[in-house]
Design a protein around this ligand. Sequence first.
Ligand SMILES: Cc1ncc(COP(=O)(O)O)c(C=O)c1O
Length: 132
Amino acid sequence: MVCEVINITLKGNNLHFTNYPNLVRMEIEVGKFIIDLYNGSADARGCWCPGGSYSNITACYAAREHAYHENYITSPELIMCVNGHPSLEKGAKIAKMKTIIIETGPDYRVNVKKLLAAINSNTACICLSAPS
Ligand SMILES: Cc1ncc(COP(=O)(O)O)c(C=O)c1O
């Protein structure tokens, strides 16, 4: 069966979702599962990405668009912990968002006081990672 799947999927890139409607269905079903797992609201949505950096850059773009269309933020800012993946900073740059980097304490966890102090009316996205 694996060989059959590879034979089918090698003929095109599965990022072209119109070629693979079953992948779209799977993305929606798994997305719903994850939204439930995180107690997401009824209007929560998600999408699959083929890699970590691509996911972070896509998330930055989504955050910027959401901030603009839902909250009229025209100078969006991304707050991230210093030990967050560098692709977040790159994603923010691509999405033309200002990046605010928060230090960690000696335990490598985010300094919550500094994080809270950094939140303002331009905050479009807050990124934390497993170490922080
Ligand atoms: C949180 C996080 N973001 C992004 C990446 C980068 O992933 P990729 O190399 O697949 O782009 C990693 C990789 O370890 C990661 O841990």
